[in-house]
Write a protein of this length. Sequence first.
Length: 191
Amino acid sequence: MTIRLHLLCSASTASVCGVAFPKDEPVDPLGRKGLFKLSGRLPTYDRILRSPARCAEQTAEGLALDADSEPALRDCNFGRWTGRALEELHAREPDALEEWLRNPAAAPHGGESFTDVMKRVGGWMDALQAQSRSILAITHAAVIRAAIANALDATPSSILRIDVSPLGFAKLSGGKGRWRLSALVPSKHLR
């Protein structure tokens, strides 16, 4: 049995555009514009899932998709860094930020480490393997990067070496305990 898993990064928010750790916030005007351009261009799927976050819900709504909320697709928990700008953290907590960027098991912010996110996403992907269908998952850049790293059997530190833009799209296929990355498409090529 083969599963086709497509992951769509939610539309942009103020945190994404402001280079800050994301919080649960709505899609911004740039994101709404991107949704308008993408609307009607996705293939059909057997099932559509989304992160519980407001931006993922609004991304699904903006694309006129009926998506079920899936807790495993939630963004990385950035703890006390949620909503704070990277520049601010660089000035106030440079050692903690450096540790987080260097060590995928570190979570100086009190939330999830990249290792934790990879385990969560990998467990969700493994559970999907019992199905033979096509699934669209609307989620966050960190989750998509973790899914790609899992598919490639890469280390958690590789998460920081994968770029996923708002409305970026990853295509994976899987079966018999194995995953393959077939495409990572920036949003500008979807429109």
